[in-house]
Design a protein around this ligand. Sequence first.
Ligand code: NZQ
Ligand code: ZN
Length: 391
Amino acid sequence: MENFTFYSPTFFAFGKDTEQQTGEYVKRFGGSKVLIHYGGKSAKSSGLLDRVEASLKKEGIPYVMLGGVKPNPRSGLVYEGIELCKNEGVDFVLAVGGGSVIDSSKAIAAGVVYDGDFWDFYSGKRIEKALPVGTILTIAAAGSEGSPDSVITKEEGMFKRGASGDAIRPKFSILNPALTQTLPAYQSAAGITDIMAHLYERYLTNSKEVEVTDRLIEALLLTMKHEGPRVIADPNNYEARANIMWAGMMAHNNSCGVGRSQDWTSHDIEHELSALYDCAHGAGLAVTMPAVHRYVYKHDVMRFAKVAVRVWGCQMDFDHPEVTALEGIAAFQNFLCSIGMPKNFEELGAKKEDIPKLVEVLCRGNGREGSLTGFVTLDEEDCTKIYEMMV
Ligand code: NZQ
Ligand code: ZN
């Protein structure tokens, strides 16, 4: 196990009706004028926004509102939010929605207290300072409710890039599983896939002797394997929603990633797909991960064989562990298809003729220098082959 630090100071309020306490939590974490940031329509039509506003009013906390965050959130609305916060004297950003809303809120919170262009943070500069952010999560997926990360797409060039810093870790996150019961099945499945991706990206490590985190990841993958089909079959299954929601947080606050190198090449490769085709991040991952895994499994066959046996129930073939490894990858892909995720470019809405463009932006765009580092270092030729495997 490698040396590490672990810092995850977010306060979580989990369970039914917890959004009724929003005003108290904003006050507890120092907010006196709030930006409520939200998405397209779900938070409004479900009545959630009304309940959040009522809770702020009850505590006498003034607020302004900015909606319209799209999935794969764009820089344009971030600039608008930064201006609004400066003009209105906002000192707390409250995200009401999914990962896209939370990431846009984090970008605004960092941009308000920064003299330069907030995009600097998405080009490699670490975020050291930000307004406090609170979240009310409506979809279990990205894990942004407990992470120090934000992912934004810049319209010019359609670069989808991440920024990081403890300053943007949410001060509090309200997790009411009942709020996720209105999700369409496809979005639930995309969320399940993203959570499993966050676990796989950490499982694919070159660090030795990391049994505790290996076992945590396997437990969470087994939970997703059990609970995922239950919410697809019954969207109102509160208990299954609850288990998935907490697993989503655990998968990405780095409890499962400490002391070990991590991968993240599937995420990098996917981000180009959701930037270009505006597909759901999880759907893009469902197509990307099996291809990446089949491309890199020989780097550590036993690691893939281990997850195949422990999570997917494959029989270990000691004479041919590569057979077991490949069976595990196939079982994972079959699972993703069984919950309604796409399996290739065509089902995702991606085009083979775009591969050179995808590889160029992936490996050269926004300051990259021709390769991705992770479980295996991938150059432009590798990435081309991986995209071709998805066709
Ligand atoms: O805009 P509304 O109307 O709310 O619709 C949203 C959106 O269309 C809908 N939705 C959300 N909650 C709902 C609901 N519909 C009905 N009922 C509800 N309760 O779901 C759609 C997807 O929402 P979005 O916020 O985009 O989903 P998700 O949480 O998957 O976030 C995806 C974004 O997070 C980034 C992804 O790249 C992508 O841009 N990621 C962020 C990470 C982080 N900050 O740590 C890590 C992840 O790996 C990921 O890259
Ligand atoms: Zn993800």
